[in-house]
Write a protein that binds this ligand. Structure first.
Ligand code: ADP
Length: 725
């Protein structure tokens, strides 16, 4: 068997394997079926040719001719399926008419004549060339740059395959050329099959890159081998020359591969190289960045300088307001904030996948609809509807910025509005790595701020302790004296106005004492005793306590999840938080409305779980400008408020490794949500509230229940003045 016969066998087998592989992979669309038919035709054509060369039976020559006649028919329909045209193209009609003529010709006795072969040859190459040309035209008219590029690339490989296959025919006239055309048509088939499998067309560039690198490398190494073995070594020293060649190859392989790789990438994938460089530079700079503003500057200027994207926006989650606030952006005008509630389907998907390429989601949604998988399509459509809030960025790539606990703390959106399908998976992976590092900076900067806050609080704590000592003792004396004067026998000697002044003194001393106690607590909080806590029991008990508190009289409705896991918390401190939240809710809600207290298990992005407690009122809600200051110490909108209740609650929750969230709609009330980590070992018995879980059993003991604030310096006279704020 000569080289040509063997190549036919080899290429035939490969083409059939490619056809089968496409049939085995995934759902079959029209284009894939046509491709399989096209590849099978090529494969059978080579095999028939091989059989003909091998056994020289005329039937195989005829069979080869029939397959050759069918080839442009499959090819034209396939090209049409890759980029469909508006109306049925004339080329298909012409091809249909020619098919009948050609079939008659190849089945007639004249089939073996030179002119008949020439006609078949012209028909095959003419139609395939026209098909490729019209594919190129349609591709160039496409709005998607990725489609344009893919088509150009396919046409280039197709044209090369055609030229070399033509060159193969020179063999008939005695030119000593190796059968390169056959090999190239297999390469063409392979590239085409890749384009069938990958919906993201730009992936082809990666395939092409690998193909080019390997081919260029093979040529370089073959060159070295040729120089060493043929030019330097004569036949008698062949063995030595081969060893020399291999040593040179081994030494040069790595540097050569790197060089070839970098040249080819620079020549063919300029934009990606630029993006890679920009992202790499930004990531190096981010290693030394601690401030959020500096991080935003580094990231956005790197992306802008890369010229690879036309717009980027970075949103960071406001831990308080449950919104993603725009940090920095360039390009089209980005919306100033993303409301977590309305963007939820998008954020949920980001929690799972890290990046969401919105154009891909749209394509997938319509494919799923076509395939009748409505519920999956609806999930995609919900993501797309949520992405509408992104305005000009709604067709971009969304990337999750995650905290250490894998929660989504930010969203980066990137667009390139010059084209569709703008980013290849490789580029998205690069951007994902950047988003990952942004998450690290966000986390570090928050930790740094916490450390600074801790230092500040340590100083404040020292001051507060001194102040508490200086103020609380005289306060106690003032209150004691005022109470002495209020005793019945003294009181009878006082005028009515004096009695009123006395009660004002006692009331204001109480208030001052509370403020001092709260400052002390805020600055040096009771660290509490963290352990497994039955949250439902704490809620029930707190409501019982509040029943005897005239300042927090309200209609409470509870919705407590049964079988709630134990939380990792301190029961006393948790009760203090609840009292603060419920009091605020009662104070802001109309007296006839209810305050809802609920508990449930909430899944976390990292697979773990929170125990969630929500306190919801039907008051006026919280104005957006108030929301951002809610947890700032001494911020209050109440005439007699201290503005420390929420600040303290947040400190306590964070010390217990939890979170506190607020959501509010003006006019419809506010919901404060406390998230506590689930106790690590759920088998441990709750040490705090569980044994007293039955509210009836604990009735009456509520008022005397120890409170965290009792640990503070107490005012000596009268009832304890401190209470949760
Ligand atoms: P204080 O209650 O002493 O003002 P807080 O820290 O408990 O201190 O609350 C700070 C501010 O937050 C309040 O003054 C009020 O404006 C606002 N706030 C807290 N809870 C609610 C709520 N449920 N509804 C409306 N506003 C609230």
């Amino acid at each position: 068997m000569d080289l040509r016969t063997r190549t036919s066998l080899f290429c035939g087998a490969l083409a059939l394997a490619i056809a089968v592989s496409i049939l085995l992979r995934g759902r079959l669309r029209r284009a894939q079926i046509l491709f399989a038919a096209f590849a099978a035709d090529v494969g059978l054509w080579y095999l028939a040719q091989w059989l003909y060369l091998f056994v020289r039976a005329d039937v195989w020559a005829r069979f080869t001719a029939v397959l050759a006649v069918l080839l442009p028919q499959f090819g034209l329909h396939l090209f049409e399926a890759i980029v469909p045209s508006q109306k049925r193209p004339a080329l298909l009609r012409v091809a249909g008419a020619l098919l009948i003529l050609m079939l008659i010709l190849v089945l007639s006795p004249q089939q073996g004549e030179g002119w008949a072969r020439g006609a078949v040859f012209l028909y095959v190459f003419g139609l395939l060339t026209a098909g490729l040309w019209s594919l190129l035209r349609r591709g160039n008219q496409s709005a998607s740059r990725a489609v344009q590029r893919r088509v150009r690339f396919l046409v280039l490989i197709g044209a090369l395959a055609a030229v070399f296959t033509l060159a193969d025919f020179l063999w008939f006239i005695g030119a000593p050329l190796p059968p390169v055309g056959a090999v190239l048509s297999i390469v063409f088939l392979f590239v085409l099959s890749e384009s069938m499998i990958r919906r993201r067309l730009v992936d082809l560039y990666d395939t092409l890159g690998q193909l080019l690198v390997s081919t260029a490398l093979a040529f370089c190494l073959a060159g070295i081998f040729y120089v060493c073995v043929v030019l330097i070594g004569a036949f008698d020293t062949m063995y030595l020359a081969a060893i020399l060649a291999l040593i040179v190859i081994l030494v040069l392989f790595e540097p050569l591969r790197e060089k070839v790789d970098s040249y080819i990438h620079k020549a063919f994938f300029r934009e990606r190289v630029d993006l890679e460089r920009a992202v790499g530079k930004a990531r190096t700079e981010l290693v030394h960045t601690l401030q959020i503003e500096a991080m935003q500057q580094v990231v956005l200027s790197a992306l802008e300088a890369s010229h690879r994207v036309t717009g980027a926006a970075l949103y960071l989650r406001d831990p308080v307001g449950d919104v993603f606030e725009l940090g920095a952006a360039f390009g089209p005008t980005a919306p100033p904030r993303l409301d977590r509630a309305s963007a939820r389907p998008l954020v949920d998907r980001l929690e799972k996948w890290t990046s969401v390429v919105l154009e891909e989601v749209a394509a997938e949604a319509s494919e799923l609809r076509e395939a009748g998988r409505a519920s999956e399509a609806e999930a995609d459509e919900r993501v797309l509807a949520a992405a509408e809030v992104l305005g000009p960025f709604k067709k971009g790539v969304c990337l999750a910025v995650r905290s250490e606990s894998r929660d989504v703390v930010g969203v980066m959106v990137i667009v390139d509005d010059r084209m569709q399908d703008a980013f290849s998976p490789d580029e998205v992976a690069l951007l994902e790595a950047l988003a990952l590092q942004i998450g690290v900076v966000v986390e570090n900067s928050r930790q740094y701020r916490r450390m600074q806050e801790r230092d500040r609080l340590a100083a404040l704590g020292q001051m507060a302790a001194g102040m508490a000592h200086e103020i609380k003792n005289p306060l106690g004396a003032i209150k004691g004296a005022a109470q002495l004067l209020s005793e019945p026998d003294t009181q009878s000697r006082l005028q009515a106005s004096d009695r009123e002044f006395l009660s004002i003194i006692v009331e204001e001393v109480d208030r001052l004492d509370r403020v001092v106690g709260a400052v002390l607590h805020y600055a040096r909080p009771n660290p509490g005793e963290i352990g497994p806590v039955d949250v439902n029991a704490v809620i029930k008990r707190t409501l019982l306590l509040l029943a005897s508190d005239h300042a927090a009289q309200g209609n409470f409705e509870t919705d407590l999840e049964e079988g709630l896991p134990l939380a990792r918390a301190d029961a006393e401190l948790l009760r203090q938080i609840l009292i603060n939240l419920v009091r605020n809710a009662v104070e802001s809600a109309p007296s006839d409305s209810t305050v809802d207290i609920s508990s449930r298990r909430r899944a976390r992005a990292d697979g773990g779980a929170w125990v969630e407690i929500a306190v919801r009122d039907r008051g006026p809600g919280i104005a957006p400008h108030v929301v951002k200051d809610l947890f700032v110490p001494f911020f209050t909108t109440k005439p007699k408020g201290t503005g420390l209740g929420l600040a303290i609650s947040r400190r306590i929750v964070e010390d217990m490794a939890g979170l506190i969230e607020v959501s509010s709609q003006e006019g419809q009330g506010a919901t404060f949500t406390v998230l506590l980590p689930v106790a690590e070992d759920p088998l441990l018995a709750p040490r705090f509230e569980a044994p007293r879980a039955d509210p009836a059993a604990s009735a009456g003991s509520g008022a005397s229940a120890p409170s965290a604030s009792e640990a503070e310096p107490a005012v000596p006279a009268g009832e304890p003045l401190t209470r949760p704020l």
